[in-house]
Design a protein around this ligand. Structure first.
Ligand code: ATP
Length: 199
């Protein structure tokens, strides 16, 4: 699975329709302070279903809609489409290319689409669950979070590494198995007690 391109229109500082193509290898986005570099990563976070305006440096979700500038009027809707190459079917979908779209209008109307079809937020969250690129995944590390990670305790940092390499789900499985073992040991003790009582 690979991020192919991102279409942004009316989202934050991107008033015009903008298409960013991601070529093979590493892509770096450079530009002066305040030119909109973080807005690109926020567009990705948003289209993946981010529900917290605070995580997008706003106070309410419509703050993501282009608010106007000295020479342009504010716009009425924000739109982001993310196009993924899924030819390896890393995401559990029959599609070899997946388009995810999110739109938000100033009146609060919100639209989510998967490959051009209207869908629920839940469908998008389900598609990315366990893929490592969901809205809460560590694949997106914001500026503030880098500092938090460096300053965190070793155990907390280990938790992050475990999340990244996908060990967390095994840890949860191990904890569940341990609870079941403890419960079974309890039943066995009870059976032994009964057998002793019965002589
Ligand atoms: P730095 O290098 O300082 O981190 P940056 O290149 O990451 O900066 P961003 O933080 O992505 O820049 O962009 C900030 C710019 O986006 C500001 O100029 C801000 O006014 C603009 N901006 C944010 N939200 C909106 C909005 N809703 N409408 C218009 N412009 C917006």
């Amino acid at each position: 699975m690979k991020l192919k391109s991102l279409e942004i229109s009316g989202f934050k500082s991107f008033a015009d329709d903008t298409k960013i193509e991601f070529e093979d290898g590493v892509t770096g986005i450079v530009g002066p302070n305040g030119s909109g570099k973080s807005n690109v990563s926020e567009a990705i976070r948003w289209v993946l279903g981010e529900q917290s305006a605070k995580n997008l440096r706003g106070s309410r979700m419509p703050d993501v809609i282009f608010a106007g500038s000295s020479d342009r009027k504010p716009l009425n809707r924000a739109l982001v489409t993310m196009i993924l190459d899924n030819s390896d079917h890393y995401l559990k979908s029959d599609y070899t290319e997946i388009n995810v779209t999110r739109k938000l209008f100033r009146n609060g109307e919100s639209v989510y689409q998967l490959n051009g079809q209207d869908c629920r937020l839940k469908d998008i969250l389900n598609l990315f669950m366990d893929s490592g690129i969901g809205d809460n995944a560590f694949s997106m590390i914001s500026q503030g979070r880098v500092e938090a990670i460096f300053n965190s305790k070793p155990e907390d940092r280990r938790f992050i590494v475990e999340e990244l390499i996908g060990v967390s789900k095994y840890r949860l499985g191990k904890e569940k198995a341990q609870r079941e073992l403890d419960q079974t040991a309890g039943y066995l003790d009870r059976v032994n007690d009964l057998m002793t009582e019965l002589g």
